[in-house]
Design a protein around this ligand. Structure first.
Ligand code: NAD
Length: 268
């Protein structure tokens, strides 16, 4: 409550609004797709954004897009699976903005993956998915931890997937990696709660972006739509309200949770 009251005094607004003004958010995998929208919306909400991606050109382009709207952003080329790279990413955010309040662990190997029986998944592809989607999220959290600990405040938001509760078949490496993210979220929340750092996960449903996704058929779209309570296919903007909430003081009593943002297709 003290934390929320402080925000109210500073902003003159409701203590319960998802206020991220003046915060610094690192968004990984922000060069395209959903991550790009998170980065744009954090900036529009008044946060400074470290736009991070393995594809540095894409990261630069999103940072420029934010700057052209009058927002504050810097780009970093970072491989979340490489500890030196994640350390450099955190240093870049600190250097540019002097703080790191929020980490959105969005980077993943996702759209390039095909669908097949698990007996046909190449072992090196399996290992790459685990390395980026699971180890990468841990490494990014590790990189920002000293700064958040020192500030006794932080928000880590991990991106899982509603394919986990659905047990979506023929995508075993991806689904397994996103299930690990839920376990990581729970255990990390217990480790960090005493430091004023919350750790939560969202499970997006089927989200349409500008990126081609060969594994996504019209039959799958229809199946998902049939399962949803809300009858439209999700777009990245449909995730933003929950992301900003989890990144803000308004969610200060919530940690270790995994929340499906998927039009009600699954109920956890
Ligand atoms: N789109 C959906 O329907 C959906 C549903 C559920 C969950 N998700 C999750 O949401 C997130 C974003 O999804 P998307 O649709 O935008 O995916 P995407 O494949 O379009 O984007 C992933 C981004 O991560 C980056 N990336 C990949 N490997 C990286 C690495 N080693 N280091 C740093 N960056 C790396 C890519 O360059 C890319 O910019 C992912 O975690 C995905 O698993 C997406």
């Amino acid at each position: 409550m003290a934390e929320q009251a402080e925000t109210t005094a500073a902003s003159g607004g409701s203590a319960f609004a998802a206020d991220v003004r003046g915060r610094c958010a690192i968004v990984t995998g922000a060069g395209q797709g959903i991550g790009r929208i998170y980065a744009l919306e954090f900036a529009r909400a008044g946060a400074s954004v470290l736009v991070s991606d393995l594809d540095g050109d894409n990261a630069e382009s999103v940072a420029s897009e934010i700057a052209s709207e009058g927002g504050r952003a810097v780009a970093a080329t970072a491989d979340v699976a490489d500890p030196e790279s994640t350390a450099a990413m955190a240093a870049a955010a600190l250097d540019a903005f002097g703080r790191i309040d929020v980490l959105i662990n969005n980077a993943a190997i996702f759209t390039p993956l095909g669908r097949c029986g698990f007996e046909d998944i190449a072992l090196d592809e399996w290992e790459a998915v685990m390395r980026v989607n699971v180890t990468g999220s841990m490494l990014c959290a590790r990189a920002v931890l000293p700064v958040m600990r020192a500030a006794r405040w932080g928000r880590i938001v991990n991106i899982s997937s509603s394919t986990v509760p659905l047990g979506l078949p023929y995508f075993l490496h991806y689904v397994t990696s996103k299930a690990a993210v839920i376990g990581m979220t729970r255990a990390m929340a217990r480790e960090l709660g005493g430091d004023g750092i919350t750790v939560n996960a969202i499970l997006p449903g089927l989200i349409e972006t500008e990126v081609d996704n060969p594994g996504r058929t019209d039959a799958l779209r229809q199946k998902v739509l049939d399962m949803q309570c809300i009858k439209f296919l999700g777009e990245p903007v449909n995730l933003v309200g929950m992301i900003l909430f989890l990144a803000s003081p308004a969610s200060g009593y919530l940690t270790g949770q995994s929340i499906a943002v998927d039009g009600g297709a699954v109920h956890l």
